[in-house]
Design a protein around this ligand. Structure first.
Ligand SMILES: Cc1ncc(C[n+]2csc(CCOP(=O)(O)OP(=O)(O)O)c2C)c(N)n1
Ligand SMILES: [Mg+2]
Length: 352
């Protein structure tokens, strides 16, 4: 394990550098193994998607390698009635709520079958504009409170998102209304090629919470259980009517920003190698092995199940009939303006 990649002062459950492991109350062996299956499913989806992109089957894809611990930790800390607001970095988080992998593949293929009805799984649409889903999540969470529900919401965004106006507006309104919201920041230390040091002059992103009057936790994002613990505490606060919490999960983006990016031009290769040594999936598998809950055969079974799910999903996605091109023109205007009608005529002419 490389010391260089271990930041001091972050909350952990899984020990590093000889620190003892902790065991969390309320997480029995079955629950620990369920978290493992989620991590492996997310990892397998991500790896297969990169290959799928290389085959030219999807146009672009935002790789989340190394962020699975943040995503699985958060979802396992929620109940089914709680809401999730993902950004593009968490495009496959709905898998953990039973959304079919084929649906998410289709979203990346730009196919209409890639859409879902958010209230079926309590997972909002994948948000591509940076931070614009923070006010959406704050509004939904406030609405839950007004309706007397004790459900909560979690919104996931990056370090760069904390510089956006929409983040400020959402965090502020959530705090003022005591909305039951967890603001979960994946601090992967990059916004495409902009490093954190050029993103903000704040020493720690968690410090921003003070300005909104909400508490914050700062945890090791390589440690799925540290994220789980922080989100579970934040959700308990939210349910009790005490309002939002900011959780900063510190990790490092060891993969390109997306399939269209070449990080070789700006990233530190030694740092990436050090971070890979602390990969969230391997760190968790080592923890389970120390507890006697996982061995090679069990790990392989979980991996093979996830691979089978992806094989079936790719087949389903490929068998979907092509989308009706004219749908691009539908559902925006009751009375389409004349230039749109001309474009539609042109489309029909080209494809005639
Ligand atoms: C409002 C807006 N501005 C710019 C972009 C272009 N853009 C896409 S990803 C990205 C970086 C975001 O970095 P961060 O918030 O740290 O999230 P990460 O990608 O690291 O998960 C930018 C600027 C966008 N999608 N939306
Ligand atoms: Mg980032």
């Amino acid at each position: 394990m490389q010391h260089g990649a271990v930041e001091e002062g972050l909350t952990r459950v899984i020990g590093v550098d000889g620190e003892p492991d902790r065991r969390l109350d309320g997480l029995d062996d079955d629950a620990l193994l369920a978290i493992h299956r989620s991590l492996v499913m997310l990892r397998t989806y991500d790896e297969r998607s990169v290959v799928y992109h290389r085959q030219g089957r999807i146009g672009t894809y935002a790789i989340y390698r190394g962020h699975e611990g943040i995503q699985a930790g958060a979802v396992h800390a929620l109940d089914r009635r709680d809401w999730i607001f993902p950004s593009y970095r968490e495009s496959a988080i709905g898998l953990l709520r039973g959304l079919p992998a084929a649906t998410i593949l289709q979203w990346w293929r730009g196919h209409p079958s890639g859409w879902w009805s958010p209230d079926e799984v309590n997972v909002a649409s994948i948000c591509v504009p940076i931070a614009t889903h923070v006010p959406h999540a704050a509004g939904l969470a406030w609405g839950l409170r007004l309706k007397g529900s004790d459900a909560a919401a979690v919104v996931l965004f990056g370090d760069g998102a904390t510089s956006e106006g929409a983040f400020h507006e959402g965090a502020n309104v959530a705090a003022v209304t005591k909305a039951p919201l967890v603001l979960l920041c994946n601090n992967n230390q990059w916004a495409i090629s902009t490093p954190l040091s050029e993103q903000t002059a704040a020493a720690r992103l968690a410090d921003k919470a003070v300005g909104y009057g909400m508490p914050a936790a700062r945890v090791d994002g390589h440690d799925v259980l540290a994220v789980y613990e922080a989100v579970r505490n934040a959700v308990a606060r939210a349910r009790a009517g005490d309002g939002p919490t900011f959780v900063e999960a510190v990790t490092y983006r060891s993969a390109p920003h997306a399939t269209a990016d070449d990080p070789g031009l700006y990233i530190d290769a030694d740092r990436v190698a050090a971070e890979e040594e602390r990969d969230c999936v391997s760190v968790y598998e080592d923890y389970l092995r120390r507890l006697g809950l996982l061995d090679d055969a069990a790990a392989e079974t979980v991996r093979n199940e996830a691979l089978a799910t992806m094989r079936a999903a790719i087949e389903t996605a490929e068998n979907e009939p092509p989308a009706d091109r004219e749908l691009v023109f539908s559902h925006a205007y009751a009375e389409p303006p004349p230039d749109l009608a001309r474009d539609l005529d042109e489309l029909r002419r080209v494809h005639a």
